[in-house]
Design a protein around this ligand. Structure first.
Ligand code: GLA
Length: 669
């Protein structure tokens, strides 16, 4: 496993370097990438395809069958998804029998599709929807069961698909016999064309051959990455690979960061709203990947958000560009045909953060004020130019901003913020300050702020919670004192900061900021092994942070004894860059000590740097360490810090093989 992942990381690094190199040769770094080849000029997929595909919910399991596909088609109509723009009902792998018939024709699996494929296509068409199918540009498809692929059968298979009424083909990459990708995918394009039937052509070679550079006149969309899975890390990694490819997308030729996981259960509602918002702002194909027959109301609400769908489907066909990204705070802006910009304020990090930009940075012309539509709250405001929000961990605020002159009809946008950590030791009083800032060109009137939390918690304002009026840029700052009852178990708890205000016209506006408070216990006095103490949070480049062993890159407990320069250590933490492990120290500790280095298990590879942070101050750092170096002693003065963080960076050269060991890491309090 380790070697596969390492190889893949290296490959991505090489691709990125190659991309940068290519851009650098042609023009200065700031210039746009070379224009893509002319797109397929057939009027198909002028906006990113929308619909359903069964793979993310069923894989090859038996529940993928005619009843499922018909049930999904029914629900797409009945639940309003068809009206919202979802159109294709697509079959993925495993619909066929493993062998062709005597004439070389594909045979539908009679257990799954007892009436054949054409009958399912007819059913889908009768609902006013379109129908898609799957095969591979290889000798077999991707599933281990080994279904026939189309390599060498392109014209016959395309004919069969067209005869069945297929409107969309996903063409995968497995078992490709090393035949040139461009050749394989172009042959199928020509075979589809030869049928005379309009068929959207989805290239699925996982970004391996940089299809964004050559496939614009081959297919209508191309996968840019490996497969998505239903978890936060997978979604995030795919997002980061797809964002830099914005210049290559446009009507009829889209980057495809893979199908949606919304509703499959592996992410929170907040994370699924981020996934959906970010796919929309990237003009990604929106293929629902959840079994709608068992989907929750929240799943339908996310997938059915027409204002977000409109961002994705904007006819100008621009993929959003990264305006800024720092410290897990992302701003991505998408130009829309009406001149407005869709702006995603995305917080990748594990704590609420303020994410901010301006109308100008988002690409809008100078104006006295702008209208700002919040696409999840479905409310419109005016802003004097700041586009800003405190965004919950893993959340996205998605807005559409326009310089349209009608801004004064709408109440002013206000921004909610909170200064101070949300860490509470039971019985101790903690101060916090909330801020309510008027972002509008008009004044926020009759402003009042409140803070709510679990029963029994004391949440007392010490300064005023109201203001008669806040003009542009002015803030109401309120100091709070919070006491958590003794005996409260450690863990996360929900707090909500709410502000109510009125517009000059008297409209009422309520804005809520959900927050996570963490109840912590005081650090033990004396010297403790950091490998034994509970942590507040841990992020890691591959797999989980390990206690007492090196990092094995996959599951928990898959590491080796911590070994640096031939010396084996009995205690410590094993991490993989980029990594941060945070501990609550509550102002009661003095020193962190450790022996640090790259674990011997990576041979000669791996370069990292170790840092210890005391709140916002870097209290110690090693500089770049290589695998050839013995363990370095490290001591950090953390006196007075509320939180201590152990950080391992990639040493500036990417994370490949970066197994960092915090051997004998100790905390004195
Ligand atoms: C590949 C594709 C997936 C899915 C499976 C089916 O992994 O990338 O999207 O189609 O094959 O086997």
């Amino acid at each position: 496993m380790r070697h596969t992942r390492t190889t893949r990381t290296r490959l991505i690094g090489t691709l990125t370097a190659a991309l940068l190199g290519a851009a650098g040769l042609a023009a200065p770094a700031t210039a746009a990438a070379p224009p893509p080849a002319p797109a397929v000029d057939d009027g198909l997929a002028l906006t990113p395809p929308m619909g359903f595909n069964n793979w993310n919910s069923t894989h090859c399991r038996a529940e993928f069958d005619e009843a499922m596909v018909k049930g999904i088609a029914d629900l797409m109509v009945d639940k309003g998804l068809k009206d919202a723009g979802y159109q294709y009902v697509n079959l993925d792998d495993c619909w066929a029998l493993p062998s062709r018939d005597a004439d070389g024709k594909l045979v539908p699996d009679p257990a799954r599709f007892p009436h054949g494929i054409e009958a399912v296509a007819d059913y889908v068409h009768a609902k006013g929807l379109k129908f898609g199918i799957y095969t591979s540009a290889g000798t077999k498809t991707c599933d281990g069961a080994g279904f026939p692929g189309a390599l060498g059968h392109e014209y016959s298979d395309a004919r069969q698909f067209a005869d069945w009424g297929v409107d969309y083909l996903k063409y995968d990459n497995c078992n490709n016999q090393g035949v040139d990708a461009r050749q394989r995918y172009t042959t199928m394009r020509d075979a589809l064309r030869a049928t005379g039937r309009p068929i959207v052509y989805s290239i699925c070679e996982w970004g391996e051959n940089k299809p964004w550079e050559w496939a614009a006149d081959v297919g209508h969309l191309w996968r840019t990455t490996g497969d998505i899975s239903d978890n936060w890390g997978s979604m995030l990694s795919i997002l980061k690979q797809n964002l830099p490819l914005a210049d290559h997308a446009g009507p009829g030729h889209w980057n495809d960061p893979d199908m949606l996981e919304v509703g499959n259960g592996g992410m929170t509602g907040t994370e699924y709203r981020s996934h959906f918002s970010l796919w929309a702002v990237m003009a990604a194909p929106l293929l629902i990947g959840a079994d709608l027959r068992t989907a929750s109301a929240e799943t339908f609400e996310i997938l059915g958000n027409r204002e977000v769908v409109a961002v994705d489907q904007d006819p100008l066909g621009r993929q959003g560009r990264v305006v800024s990204s720092e410290g897990g705070r992302w701003v991505v802006a998408k130009e829309m045909r009406d001149g407005s910009r869709a702006v995603a304020l995305f917080n990748e990090s594990d704590t609420a953060q303020r994410v901010t930009t301006t109308a100008e940075e988002a690409g809008l012309p100078a104006a006295g004020a702008y209208t700002l539509r919040d696409l999840w709250r479905h409310r419109t405001f005016n802003t004097a130019g700041t586009i800003s929000a405190t965004v919950p961990a893993h959340g996205t605020v998605l807005v559409r901003v326009a310089a349209d002159g009608r801004w004064a009809q709408h109440p002013p946008a206000v921004e909610l913020g909170l200064d101070g950590g949300l860490l509470f030791e039971p019985g101790r009083t903690v101060p916090l300050t909330s801020t309510v800032t008027d972002l509008g060109r008009t004044a926020a009137q009759r402003v009042s702020v409140s803070l709510s939390g679990p029963a029994g918690w004391s949440l007392r304002p010490r300064t005023p919670v109201t203001s008669p009026a806040l003009p542009t840029g002015r803030a109401l700052r309120t100091r709070w004192e919070i006491t958590v009852p003794r005996g409260t178990p450690t863990g996360p708890y929900a707090l909500t900061l709410t502000v109510r205000h009125r517009s000059p016209a008297g409209d009422r506006v309520e804005t809520a900021l959900p927050l996570t408070a963490t109840v912590v216990s005081a650090p033990p006095p004396g010297t403790s092994e950091l490998g034994d103490l509970p942590w507040l949070s841990a992020t890691n480049g591959w797999g989980p942070v390990e206690r007492g062993t090196s990092n094995g890159e996959s599951g928990s407990g898959d590491g080796n004894p911590i070994t640096i320069g031939g010396v084996v250590y009995g205690t410590g933490l094993g991490v993989h860059a980029e990594s941060t492990v945070g501990y609550y120290t509550g102002g009661a500790c003095e020193t962190v000590t450790a022996h640090v280095g790259v674990d011997d298990e990576e041979g000669a590879d791996g370069t990292v740097a170790f840092e210890v942070w005391a709140d916002g101050t870097r209290a110690a750092s090693t500089g770049v360490l290589t695998n050839a170096m013995p363990a370095q002693p490290l001591t950090a003065d953390v006196t007075g810090a509320q939180v201590v963080r152990l950080v391992v960076t990639d040493g500036g050269d990417g994370v490949t093989s970066d197994h960092g060991d915090w051997a004998e890491a100790r905390l004195s309090c």
